[in-house]
Design a protein around this ligand. Structure first.
Ligand code: HXC
Length: 257
């Protein structure tokens, strides 16, 4: 499939998706949304793909939803198109995803990063939900996911003032798992992805389901859900392989089943 706003490369069991609208700092118009969703859903259906990395340019992961595209829209346009609803499908992928953020991750860019499972930041990263400065509010889950990630205090301040935070503050606040030098970002992201992709794919999917459930349910129900999945992994060949490899003192060769 040919895409115009993204590049997709396969590197072994890892896929690298690069946002590629350099003239608009990767602003997320509907075409970008549709291409990212189509490409990642295709990768999600491919059992040979064990992890998806999403990266932008050095200057911008994505500077937000496309302001020029949104400016003329009215309520009925937004409602009937269910504007941005397709982004939810990125959060429903079963394959683990890594956002590698360098430069601006603002508005929809920050929301896109938060839709991914692992969020790595370059030391140049800038995060924020500045929608209020444009007379709008976050529309791809920012008010919910930022609040869950960093808590009410910072989320309220960022969303109400439009203030941005740098990589160091984002790491301290728990928005990102790790900050790396900008030049190392792609390499680190691919290394993390390769590590994840080397694990049993169904077991990695279950980890993703289990951690994800923590944001959707009570502690008791979440632990019950985890326990069911924990029992279920004993039906995989990879449980026998992983534990057998440990006992035999050799690296595991997972079968992804
Ligand atoms: C459309 C954008 C854009 C965006 C940048 N561009 N961000 N186009 N939508 N979100 C375009 C600029 O218009 C410009 O095009 C080119 O990209 C380069 O940007 P500059 O502003 O010239 O670059 P710079 O001076 O370096 O400033 C970088 C920046 C600034 C600080 C990131 O671009 C900026 O503030 N962008 C908007 C950030 C923002 O508000 N994001 C939230 C969007 S709302 P030309 O043609 O002039 O060269 C959002 C809502 C989500 O995401 C859901 C709610 C509905």
């Amino acid at each position: 499939v040919e895409y115009e706003t993204i590049l997709v490369e396969r590197k072994g069991r890892t896929a690298l998706l690069t946002l590629n609208r350099p003239n608009a700092l990767n602003a997320l118009n509907l075409q970008v949304m549709n291409e990212v969703v189509a490409a990642t859903e295709a990768l999600d259906r491919d059992p040979e793909c064990g992890c998806i990395v999403i990266i932008g340019s050095a200057k911008a992961f994505a500077a937000g939803a496309d302001i020029k595209e949104m400016r003329p829209q009215g309520y009925m346009d937004m409602y009937l198109a269910d504007w941005f609803a397709a982004w939810d499908r990125l959060g429903q992928l079963r394959t683990p995803t890594v956002a590698a953020v360098s430069g601006y991750a603002l508005g929809g860019g920050c929301e896109l990063a938060m839709l991914c499972d692992i969020l790595l930041a370059a030391d140049t990263a800038v995060f924020g939900q500045p929608e209020i400065k444009l007379g709008v509010i976050p529309g791809i889950g920012g008010s919910q996911r930022l609040t869950r990630a960093v808590g009410k205090a910072k989320a309220m301040e960022l969303c109400l003032t439009g203030r941005t935070m740098n990589a160091e503050e984002a790491e301290r606040a728990g928005l990102v798992s790790r900050v790396v030098p900008a030049d190392d970002l792609l390499g680190e992201a691919l290394a993390v992805a390769e590590t994840v992709a080397g694990m049993s794919l169904p077991v990695a999917m279950m980890v993703k389901e289990a951690v994800g459930r923590a944001f959707e349910t009570t502690l008791t129900e979440g632990v019950r859900f985890e326990r069911r999945l924990f029992h279920a992994v004993f039906a995989t060949a990879d449980q026998k392989e992983g534990m057998g490899a440990f006992i035999d003192k050799r690296p595991p060769g997972f079968l992804h089943r």
